[in-house]
Design a protein around this ligand. Sequence first.
Ligand SMILES: [Zn+2]
Ligand SMILES: [Zn+2]
Ligand SMILES: [Zn+2]
Length: 178
Amino acid sequence: MPDQGPGSAQRTAAGGRRGEEDNALVAAGIARLRARGERVTPARRAVLRVLAETSEHLSAEEVLARADEIVPGMHRTTVYRAVESLGEVGLITHVHPAHGPAVYHLAAALTGGAHLHTRCRRCGEIADVPADLLDDVAARLAATVGFRLQPDHAALTGLCRSCADARAAGDGGAAAPA
Ligand SMILES: [Zn+2]
Ligand SMILES: [Zn+2]
Ligand SMILES: [Zn+2]
């Protein structure tokens, strides 16, 4: 699995307890857990570190696989519960692509970077887009039908630039609706 992080955090070799303290986001997450009187378990530490060290959006399965590289041998259910509990305390969050499992990343409460997501229905790429993108739509929905839009919980679907270009170039053959 290619590690194409933006250089914010170097992945240290498996078992490196040390690397975790080097990561400000992990340290901030642990501090918040302690401040709330929550337990700081190896599984919770590992999950925070997995998500702090990548800019990718990872499924629970992928989080589990990477957490296992950090702390080998944890029970799957233990790590799943860590993912869930970190979500409940607001340190990580997830988004639902139109297809496939939910994907996780650190919450804006930790990163300061609230955003929405797009997902390409052709290549599956998930990208971050500005958090205020749908503010006008949300305001209109609230004013007209009273519906409160929460656009951060599901990805917007469509075609990424390169897939749209490829389709325009006619590479995809018949325009089969997906
Ligand atoms: Zn695409
Ligand atoms: Zn994101
Ligand atoms: Zn959900």
